[in-house]
Write a protein that binds this ligand. Structure first.
Ligand SMILES: Cc1cc2nc3c(=O)[nH]c(=O)nc-3n(C[C@H](O)[C@H](O)[C@H](O)COP(=O)(O)OP(=O)(O)OC[C@H]3O[C@@H](n4cnc5c(N)ncnc54)[C@H](O)[C@@H]3O)c2cc1C
Length: 394
């Protein structure tokens, strides 16, 4: 096997935006432009939530703009169409029922049923690479937080915790049965030990022959590279395949603010360079142990994505090696997804879906990310502009 990765050109906007019509390109351009304006970004999300709260008829506006850019559809059926469409361009999908903020047992059961449907759908459709779930969609945040402390759970809380475990178990069992993997997302550090404990339990139970369950490791935490090393070691000792999505992490500001307010050492890295260093080291660690590890690199970072292609080549892995997946969120970094897909790498878009109002927290995080992540919306704008120019010339 050649030790050099196939040449990739992330600047190829023709391939990057082949799935977008001219109208969609223009719309995306204006949306990224708006998200890049600090004032609009500061007040826009609050106005939107307020408008929903007082029942102003803004669903159509949101659906035709932010929702269309970042979400797969309101229902699994609509999302399935988006999946099929993207698959024509060599890009698969990760189904992510994105309803957040459920507070009742009935709501958690409903979310579990919805995700179960997505897992079943994934089983019969090669365009679906994975399904995804958040443990906070299956149980109360405060309960997960208490389970991480030394405080003993009351009998009622213990029973509620067993229901969370039961819901997650149903999803993972179905994933193993359908032979279609499921990701367990990583969340805030003050509930992450509980999530890690559950994720490891599920991997040990269901990953005997393949990584049907995958956990997530956030490298913006200074302790996570060591945790990944431990995970690899532990899974080898216990004899199961490790499924792991590596990401930098989505809750930086919130984590730092809470640590400062409560006076404990922040779990965040001291700077972006340290996060980048550990993220890239995590990629190398996974590739070193690739016989045993199934890795998904969830990143919009060009350099890390290219590094992973090079690490694969050096290890003698083919671009479509089934143990390696690249993934980006729908609506972001198409220049990475579609160019990698075209070159034969396993690539999937994270496809959040659900009713417009319920996915608003997700949409607001995306809008915020495009101002807080340095250069992200600027880079999207440049690429979109270049492709609009190219089409005009053509
Ligand atoms: C497929 C997919 C799945 C995802 N799943 C999860 C998940 O389960 N849980 C989760 O938390 N996130 C998840 N994310 C979100 C992901 O964490 C963010 O998209 C990511 O942090 C943005 O980083 P990047 O790798 O794209 O690259 P970049 O744009 O290069 O990096 C930006 C990131 O670097 C880090 N950073 C920035 N400044 C600093 C600083 N001063 N100090 C330390 N670190 C800094 C932050 O994490 C920031 O988000 C997922 C993303 C994708 C694409």
């Amino acid at each position: 096997m050649e030790k050099i990765a196939p040449k990739l050109d992330f600047k190829n906007t023709q391939l990057a935006f082949q799935a977008k019509s001219k109208v969609q390109l223009r719309k995306a351009y204006w949306l990224f432009w708006l998200m890049g304006r600090p004032l609009i970004n500061a007040i826009g999300p609050k106005l939107l939530m307020f408008a929903f709260a007082i029942r102003l008829p803004i669903k159509g506006l949101v659906k035709n703009t932010l929702y269309e850019l970042f979400c797969g559809g309101e229902t699994l059926e609509e999302t399935a169409q988006t999946s099929k469409y993207l698959f024509q361009f060599g890009v698969r999908t990760i189904l992510d029922f994105s309803v957040e903020g459920e507070k009742t047992e009935e709501g958690f059961d409903k979310t579990c049923e919805e995700i179960l449907e997505a897992v079943k759908h994934g089983g019969g459709h090669e365009e679906v690479a994975f399904s995804a779930c958040k443990v906070t969609g299956l149980g109360e945040f405060e309960l997960l937080e208490k389970a991480q402390t030394d405080a003993a759970l009351t009998d009622d809380e213990q029973a509620a915790f067993e229901r969370v475990r039961g819901r997650l178990d149903r999803l993972c069992a179905e994933a193993a049965k359908q032979k279609t993997p499921i990701f367990i997302d990583a969340e805030e550090s003050w509930i992450q030990d509980t999530i890690d404990m559950l994720a490891e339990e599920m991997m040990e139970k269901y990953n005997q022959d393949n990584a049907w369950v995958a956990t997530t490791v956030q490298l913006y935490r200074w302790d996570r590279l060591a945790y990944l090393q431990e995970l690899i070691q532990r899974s080898k000792e216990k004899g199961y395949q490790l499924g792991v999505k590596v990401v930098r992490g989505a809750y930086l500001e919130k984590e730092n603010e809470r640590a400062e307010e409560m006076g404990y050492k922040t779990p965040m890295q001291p700077n972006k360079e340290s996060t980048d260093r550990d993220f890239d080291a995590a990629l190398a660690l996974c590739i070193d142990n690739i016989d045993h590890v199934h890795i998904c690199a969830g990143t919009h970072n060009d350099k890390s994505s290219l590094l992973l292609t090079q690490l694969m080549a050096e290890k003698g892995l083919a671009p479509n090696d089934s143990h390696v997946l690249f993934s980006q969120l729908l609506g972001m970094s198409d220049h990475i997804s579609f160019n990698l897909g075209h070159a034969g790498y396993n690539t999937a878009k994270y496809l959040p879906y659900g009713p417009v109002k319920s996915v608003m927290p997700y949409l607001i995080r995306r809008a915020n990310e495009n101002t807080s992540v340095a250069g992200q919306s600027g880079r999207e704008l440049l690429l979109l502009k270049e492709e609009l120019r190219r089409r005009k010339r053509a």
